[in-house]
Design a binder for this molecule. Structure first.
Ligand code: UT7
Length: 321
């Protein structure tokens, strides 16, 4: 596969750490020190499908591809207002595409899972152009009275357009089942046969366990893909990591004994936007003119499941003016 366009879209409303400290027992100092986060964007008047549509249109425009040329739309999403139809289907209608469209949920790792699926479709000849969107609104599933979770997340959408190419050098996706450390149980209607309704939501997380799992899986996955691609850290222009927590990223970077400039971050401005973080950071790098043809990038993500994934790919797109 080759990435030929990127785009992103964020909610208008920003919430700073000081804003949060007005209604929960927290502080800017604590949040910055433990997470690196300064503020996040959260959905208020807009809807997630509007953000997803905006990100998709920007990515298509960047790629010079029309919605009618798309063969598939895959949307990485954990939760949104609609269980059905899929978010991908809704966005397909909004951008004027009639191609097959479906959602995929691998929590924060969803973007890389979707890349893996897209690669198979492109390789098999089933598709020429695929639109891959990550769109997430974690602000709608956290308890805004729980300082251990609500300070971490932000909402947004980001998209890439993919076509055939041999720029993906290696990819590894994995899943190790554990539903007690990070989970959100949705409300289902009671039936004459199932009366259980009380144990639904909000998002529950054992932060320390997630932290440990994130560091170990990310290190393992990145070593695997680098080895598979026959590359070392010196060959890598940027490690584009899931932006969950600056401490996790610093920990991983120190393990790699890599340069801070090789690990760009934006978690400071957006918090953890789940599967959106990697395409959002990629779009910033692309539109900020930071990427050159021939750059080698490593992506690495981890999240509920536990899922994790990493890949190595070459950037082969002209710099954005
Ligand atoms: O995409 C994957 C999603 N999840 C993650 O990436 C999360 C990974 N884990 C983490 O990032 C960290 O574990 C956290 C940032 C969530 C928490 O940091 P920590 O260093 O593991 O803190 P902790 O949970 O051990 O809590 C330390 C103290 C506790 O107080 P006591 O019991 O020592 O009195 C917490 O109650 O900090 C308290 N605390 C807070 N204080 C102020 C927890 N959250 C807050 C807060 N503000 N927001």
């Amino acid at each position: 596969m080759r990435i030929i366009g990127t785009g992103s879209s964020l909610p208008k409303k920003t919430v700073t750490n000081d804003d949060l400290s007005r209604f929960i027992d927290t502080s800017d100092e604590w949040i910055r020190e433990r997470t690196g986060i300064g503020e996040r964007h959260v959905i208020s008047t807009e809807s997630l499908d509007e953000l997803a549509m905006d990100a998709a249109n920007k990515a298509l425009e960047d790629a010079g591809v029309l919605p009618t040329q798309l063969d598939y739309i895959i949307c990485s999403n954990m939760v949104n207002e609609y269980v059905t139809p899929s978010l991908a289907s809704i966005v397909g209608g909004r951008i004027g595409s009639q191609c097959p469209a479906f959602d995929l949920n691998a929590a924060c790792t969803g973007f890389l899972y979707a890349m893996d699926v897209a690669e198979v479709m492109l390789k098999s000849g089933r598709a020429e152009y695929i639109l891959l969107i990550s769109a997430e609104e974690p602000s709608r599933i956290v308890d805004w009275n729980d300082r251990r979770t609500c300070v971490l997340f932000g909402d947004g959408a980001a998209a890439v357009v993919l076509t055939k190419g041999d720029e993906l050098k290696a990819i590894k996706v994995s899943s190790k089942s554990n539903k007690s450390v990070l989970y959100y149980k949705r409300h289902l209607e009671p039936t004459p046969f199932v009366m259980r309704t009380k144990d639904a939501g909000p998002l529950c997380m054992n932060g320390k366990e997630v932290f440990k799992s994130a560091v170990s899986s990310s290190l393992r996955d990145m070593r695997y893909v680098l080895n598979k691609a026959g590359l070392t850290k010196e060959n890598i222009t940027y490690f584009v990591l899931h932006q969950a927590n600056l401490r996790i990223i610093d920990f991983i970077r120190e393990h790699f004994e890599a340069d801070a400039a090789q690990f760009p971050t934006n978690v400071e401005k957006y918090g953890n936007t789940s599967s959106v973080t990697i395409p959002l950071l990629l779009d910033e790098l692309n539109r900020g003119g930071k990427l050159r043809k021939g750059d080698i990038l490593v992506f690495s993500a981890f999240g509920a499941g536990f899922t994790s994934a990493a890949c190595v790919l070459e950037w082969n797109k002209s710099a954005k003016e």
